[in-house]
Design a protein around this ligand. Structure first.
Ligand code: PMP
Length: 336
């Protein structure tokens, strides 16, 4: 018999703590807080998106018992979808570019995803991972006995909706409404859109910022309307050159272009001085929070997202040879 307080895996998603980020708070004179999304059972903020999309598809009747979920992903959404699929009796097919970290690919394999690695190409290429996932979902919907859906995280606004009702609402409650700014980077835009909508509904004059890595087009888009980017970033899961249906729902007041050179030292310091091993998108987010703090001035409270663990980028972010090849500085302790 199930006890009333017994939980299953999907119940572990969300309700993550809000952490005080000591060094950057001291540096800016602001109260900078990070939502500990790496604590989700799949290790990232994207567990929420995966659950939101699955629950929405179940409600609409498009995802049938025993059905297959197909998605194109930088990895984390695939990890969330696969673990939830395992828990709820679905199958998952994950299309992912080779360029993503070896650790994420190994995790997906371990968790039992039907993994399809493709070349990292431009969005206009018909073999781009997003287009490949759409085609595969159409084919599998015909051939699989219980059908297949394409999760479509970029344009499926169940993604924004789950962040509005969970992530954004949690941040509002955890800060007791004592919050002046929120900032994060964009992959699909689901987090930024959902959180900004929840917070603006409670406090219309809150400042919402986007932290955009180099190589992404959104800093220019929000600054002068041009979808154009230059340079590159090693942060995975963020940075795009298109305006998704989720991003269209975001309310953005400030945009900041963030360099890896400036951002990565924040996560190296977080590991060595605050005991948290975070991924590259968290570095971009923390650097963005510092920029927003400088803009708002001391005494303000700013929240950002700590998206995933750094362990899943050990071979890149925490590898001095890789960093050197990318022209990025590695701290002394990493080289010894
Ligand atoms: N950080 C990481 C590590 C991610 O995998 C993603 C999603 N691809 C994001 C940030 C961005 O989140 P969103 O898709 O909600 O914009």
């Amino acid at each position: 018999m199930l006890l009333p307080s017994t939980k299953s895996m999907p119940d572990l998603i969300g309700n993550t703590p809000l952490l005080h980020l000591k060094q950057v708070s001291e540096l800016t004179g602001c109260n900078i807080l990070g939502k500990a999304e790496f604590l989700n059972p799949g290790g990232s903020v994207k567990d929420r998106t995966a659950l939101g999309i699955i629950r929405d598809a179940e409600k609409k009747g498009t995802l049938k018992p025993g059905g297959t979920i197909v998605e194109g992903t930088a990895g984390n959404t695939g990890i969330g979808l696969t673990l939830i699929a395992n828990a709820l009796g679905y199958k998952s097919v994950v299309v992912m570019p080779h360029s993503q970290s070896r650790e994420k690919i190994e995790l997906l394999d371990l968790y039992g995803a039907d993994l399809r690695l493709v070349n990292a190409t431009n969005y206009n290429d018909p073999n781009h991972y997003i287009h490949t996932a759409r085609r595969l979902a159409e084919e599998l919907n015909e051939s699989e006995p219980h059908g297949a859906i394409w999760a479509r995280q970029f344009d499926n606004t169940a993604n924004c909706a789950i962040h509005e009702s969970s992530t954004g609402q949690e941040i509002w409650e955890q800060t007791g409404g004592n919050i002046d700014g929120f900032i994060c980077a964009v992959g699909t835009g689901g987090t930024l859109a959902g959180v900004s909508r929840a917070l603006k509904s409670h406090k219309p004059d809150i400042t919402i910022g986007i932290a955009d890595p180099m190589g992404s087009s959104l800093y220019n888009y929000f600054t002068n309307g041009e979808l154009r980017g230059e340079g590159r970033s090693i942060a995975e899961g963020i940075g795009i050159s298109l305006v998704t249906d989720n991003l269209r729902l975001a309310a953005v007041d400030e945009a900041f272009a963030i360099n890896d050179k400036d951002a990565l030292p924040y996560i190296f310091d977080m590991l060595r001085n605050e005991g948290l091993c975070l991924g590259g998108s968290s570095a971009i987010n923390i650097a963005g929070a510092v920029q927003l703090a400088k803009k708002l001035g001391p005494g303000h409270t700013i929240v950002t997202i700590l998206c995933d663990y750094g362990d899943r980028y050990k071979s890149k972010l925490f590898n001095p040879v890789f960093l050197e090849n990318m022209g990025l500085p590695a701290p002394d302790w990493m080289r010894n």
